[in-house]
Design a protein around this ligand. Structure first.
Ligand SMILES: *[C@@H]1O[C@H](CO)[C@@H](O)[C@H](O)[C@H]1NC(C)=O
Ligand SMILES: *[C@@H]1O[C@H](CO)[C@@H](O)[C@H](O)[C@H]1NC(C)=O
Ligand SMILES: *[C@@H]1O[C@H](CO)[C@@H](O)[C@H](O)[C@H]1NC(C)=O
Length: 342
């Protein structure tokens, strides 16, 4: 089980996809009749996209549905409800479509909760980091049918537990944007999956790397060792940080070019958003060279940098995205569970 995660992480690093390898094996010469060719295509289509394949793609408009995926609870504060959201109207939304979608499978428009729950059975999944990670937690809780009632007083660094899948699994959301409480969360919850990010709260490169190297990574390494002792199949996931979008109110639909978005961010530097790309790379290098036994890169950057249109109704907030439209991280979470179970 442990080997598998190593495989995924290292394939990602090598820039090589599992499905690419399978395709190479399949393209060995043979005289295929048209029937077997069809079967082959069908099989190829069902090969899961690798993380590498997944992040290359574009936003396309999905099919219309009867109703929204869920109704955000009023008062989810920073987790603002999308502008003009009408809970009783029919629903249509942008969907992330990997370039390779004809060759590999990614479920981009809904969470199949039976599938999610069978893969997450008996597991505790922690999502810890900035407020965007907290949105990820809220989105996934909602998509799995757990109502997220806000407490009366919203603490600055909330810790919330969603008993998902009829109570057979746990989803923990911890807002902790400087990742000061990784040790505490591990000790308290014994997670099977940890999805961390350091988020949009800028500190210098030196401070960032120093803190991760001296505090966060050692906690994760200890946790990975404990998982081996307890014979648990644990997975560590690092999510990259996506900058906000200057002038976001001008956008009514997703962007198509990462380079154009990067240019816009570079030419109107604010909140150090222009530095996030470089810091994502620094963290990636640090994790790759660390003593972690395995890690998975959850690369939100190339996907959500294309969503300048996804910000909430507050004109001065071009960083946070709105619910119930921002669910891509939940879909990627299910995708990771599927990859791990292969
Ligand atoms: C779930 O976990 C508990 C405690 O770790 C264990 O006793 C139980 O057998 C597990 N159930 C399943 C279905 O794996
Ligand atoms: C939860 O329990 C209900 C009622 O027993 C069942 O219909 C449903 O399929 C279960 N859902 C999951 C995700 O296990
Ligand atoms: C990280 O910490 C280890 C010691 O635990 C040290 O050897 C290494 O040089 C550090 N790396 C960086 C990039 O600071």
């Amino acid at each position: 089980m442990r080997r598998r995660s190593i495989k995924i992480a290292s394939l990602f690093l090598l820039g090589m996809g599992i499905s690419e390898i399978i395709m190479q094996l399949k393209s060995a010469p043979q005289d295929a009749t048209s029937t077997t060719r069809e079967v082959q295509e069908d099989t190829e289509k069902r090969t899961l996209c690798t993380m590498e394949q997944l992040v290359q793609g574009k936003w396309t408009m999905g099919a219309e549905k009867d109703k929204p995926p869920y109704i955000p609870t009023p008062g989810e504060r920073q987790q603002k409800t999308c502008h003009g959201f009408d809970p009783s109207a029919r629903w249509q939304d942008w969907e992330w479509t990997p370039e390779d979608h004809s060759r590999c499978d990614f479920l981009n428009s809904d969470i199949d909760s039976n599938l999610f729950c069978s893969l997450a059975r008996n597991k505790t999944i922690v999502i810890q980091g900035d407020s965007i990670s907290f949105d990820h937690f809220l989105s996934l809780s909602h998509l799995l049918g757990v109502p997220v009632a806000p407490p009366r007083a919203v603490p600055k660094d909330p810790l919330r537990v969603s008993k998902i899948c009829n109570g057979t699994s746990m989803l923990i959301g911890k807002k902790d944007f400087h990742l000061q409480q990784v040790g505490r969360i591990i000790k308290e919850f014994h997670p099977d999956v940890m999805i961390l990010n350091r988020g949009a709260h800028y500190v210098s490169d030196e401070q960032l790397i120093q803190h991760l190297n001296s505090t966060v990574i050692p906690h994760i390494v200890n946790w990975q060792d404990e998982c081996v002792l307890e014979k648990k199949d644990c997975h560590f996931v690092w999510r990259s940080t996506v900058p906000g979008h200057p002038h976001c109110t001008q956008f009514t639909k997703p962007a198509e070019s990462v380079e154009e978005m990067e240019m816009m961010i570079a030419t109107s530097p604010q909140y150090n958003w222009d530095k996030f790309k470089g810091q994502n790379e620094l963290v990636m290098d640090l994790l790759s060279g660390s003593s972690l036994t395995a890690f998975n890169m959850f690369d939100g950057y190339p996907i959500n940098i294309l969503r300048p249109d996804l910000h909430g109704p507050a004109h001065n907030d071009c960083l946070h995205t709105c619910l119930p439209r921002d669910n891509i991280y939940s879909f990627i979470t299910l995708h990771l569970l599927r990859l791990w179970s292969e």
